[in-house]
Design a protein around this ligand. Structure first.
Ligand SMILES: [Zn+2]
Length: 136
């Protein structure tokens, strides 16, 4: 059951999103109060509220970007199903992405080199290596 873990992470990200939206709303309130204080002539109070508003806003944007990046990296780790196709006559081999209905020893279209039928010889999961695996 891999579905339970993925729904669990979605629940966490919606929780984070809620907190981020609340902080964002509070920062907007702080900025509005800063403008109000500035109009009233209390420049020191306005300055404090302005700083608080900007810190809260940048913090919420940072968390939002960070959680989004995590979701994107999780998607790239997902392995993709691959199907190996082989010609029985000349041994021509090709690999393509798994298509619905593929099974081992299934007869497919004609070979590109000779006119004999090609068959599926293997179906496997391909785990993509991380692009930054090399230290160079
Ligand atoms: Zn062939």
């Amino acid at each position: 059951m891999s579905e339970t873990s993925s729904s669990g992470t979605t629940k966490i990200s919606t929780f984070v999103l809620m907190i981020v939206l609340i902080v964002l709303a509070l920062s907007l309130v702080a900025l509005a109060l800063a403008v109000n204080a500035f109009i009233l002539g209390e420049e020191i109070v306005a300055g404090y509220l302005l700083v608080i508003g900007f810190i809260a806003m940048s913090l919420s944007v940072y968390v939002l970007l960070q959680s989004r990046r995590r979701v994107m990296s999780m998607k790239s780790v997902n392995p993709s199903m691959m199907t190996t196709i082989e010609c029985r006559k000349c041994g021509f081999k090709s690999v393509r992405e798994f298509q619905r209905g593929d099974y081992v020893f299934k007869e497919l279209d004609k070979c590109q080199k000779c006119d004999d039928k090609m068959i599926v010889t293997a179906i496997y999961k391909e785990v993509k290596e991380k692009e930054k695996a090399f230290p160079f």
